[in-house]
Design a protein around this ligand. Structure first.
Ligand code: OMD
Ligand code: FE2
Length: 425
């Protein structure tokens, strides 16, 4: 059992060995027990105070002590880059990826599906799916390209990170900051899910405007693990994603050796069932921004680099309203996944573990069957139950990887066929 500290981006102090954390200063001349002091910056030193995120780590060996990295040749579908060929403005949808070969861990079981912007631009987001059946034992992963939002879809994950242990199950999510090393254990033997990799400004809670001081994801429901470390002198591979490619080096010890840390840059987990869902009690279907859990802003006010949005169980009570998502064309680009249940705009074909892409200006909305059912439904209060879809909405159009383009469903356009023509008087 791990202990967690509640709160979002709080200034936390935690030590796994009493006396390991310096008091009153960050970098004493001789840290306790011969530990090494290291600052991990998530924002520029000079970022305004309300944006500034960094933590101080006290570890058994300095991260700086490592041999040169060379190209990693595993994980054939992870971080391959996207094609520069002209991209058709088609809507795309995918079934869950096939079962991985035995002995596939989280890193080798990653498939990059969608990406936008080059990580070197410090903007953009990539969407990966994972399917794994093996614990990471003598290796760790670290992403220099962005923070990682894990969304398990089947099977629990234990994320052993430099800054603490996180346990999550489907319905919970976890975030690992850029640069934090970790290895993943699969308590159920297999695991599947999604990862949103955010190259841009750090995810934060959205402003609430007229909603007021409370609502949507409440800060205290985010949980940061207390300090935890492993003292393992065994060969450990470090696999690093850097500038869109994978690299590796080998240490003679586990780098998960941070005995104490303090600061406001840290991993966390969040249970999506804690989301305070708000919806209309009069008429019309509100914009899905009311379901924003986290946002990564771009430089343009109100236009997100990435919004993490969920579609949780909720009451639908709107009067004289077509209740599911409307037909629409959006300047933002929408990548959607499904953790469980069914999504109210798609009667079939959008499976848990699947993915869809509606890039900017793609006409989309309810499929024919959902449109027909919702147009004729009796409008009593209705509870949408047992479902959790999510969206990673970005102002930058997504490019699918070659793997994604080669594996898309062949007939997705057909879900919007045969709509009857309006009959004018
Ligand atoms: O396209 C989608 O299914 C996502 C979505 C949901 C919604 O309720 C309103 C707009 C929107 O893009
Ligand atoms: Fe949409």
């Amino acid at each position: 059992m791990t202990d967690y500290i509640p709160g979002f981006a709080n200034h936390v102090s935690t030590e796994a060995v009493p006396g390991a954390l310096p008091v009153g200063r960050n970098a004493p001349q001789r840290p306790a027990f011969g530990l090494y002091t290291e600052q991990l910056s998530g924002t520029a030193f000079t970022a305004p105070r309300h944006e500034n995120r960094r933590s101080w780590l006290y570890r058994m060996r300095p991260t700086a002590e490592h041999p040169a990295f060379t190209r990693y040749d595993g994980a054939p579908r992870f971080a391959p880059g996207t094609s520069d060929a002209p991209l058709a403005p088609n809507r795309l949808r995918w079934d869950p990826v096939a079962e991985p070969a035995p002995g596939t861990d989280l890193v080798d079981g990653m498939t990059t599906m969608l990406a936008n912007r080059d990580p070197a631009e410090l903007e953009g987001v990539a969407v990966h799916v994972y399917a794994a059946n093996r614990d990471m034992t003598n290796r760790v992963f670290v992403d220099a390209d962005g923070e990682l939002l894990f969304l398990p879809q089947a099977g629990r994950l234990t994320l052993l990170t430099e800054m603490g242990r996180i346990d999550i199950a489907p319905g919970q999510v976890a975030l690992i900051p850029r640069g934090v090393r970790f290895r993943a254990l699969l308590p159920d033997g297999t695991a599947r899910g999604y990862v949103a990799e955010n190259h841009g400004a750090l995810f934060r809670l959205p402003d609430l405007g007229p909603i007021g001081a409370n609502g949507l994801a409440n800060p205290r429901d985010f949980e940061t693990p207390v300090a935890w470390f492993e003292d393992r002198d065994a060969a450990t591979d470090v696999i690093q994603k850097f500038m869109g490619s994978l690299w590796t080096t080998t240490l003679d010890h586990s780098p998960l050796d941070v005995v104490a840390w303090h600061g406001n840059l840290a991993p966390w987990r969040y249970d999506l069932s804690r989301f305070n869902t708000i919806n209309t009690v009069s008429f019309d279907h509100p914009d899905p921004s009311i379901f924003t859990v986290l946002t990564s802003p771009s430089d343009v006010p109100g236009r997100a680099n990435a919004d993490f949005v969920i579609f949780p169980p909720r009451w639908m009570v709107a009067e004289d309203t077509f209740r599911p998502p409307w037909f629409h064309r959006n300047v933002m680009s929408e990548a959607m996944g499904l953790i469980h249940g069914a999504y109210d705009a798609k009667a079939e074909g959008f499976r848990p573990g699947g993915l869809s892409l509606h890039n900017l200006m793609a006409g989309h909305g309810p499929d024919h069957a959902s449109w027909q059912a919702a147009s004729q439904a009796e409008l009593k209060p209705h509870r949408i139950e047992g479902t959790m879809a999510f969206m990673i909405e970005s102002c930058w159009p997504y490019r699918p990887t070659s793997y994604a383009l080669d594996h898309a469903q062949l007939d997705y356009d057909a879900v919007w066929s045969d709509f009857p023509k309006a009959v004018l008087p």
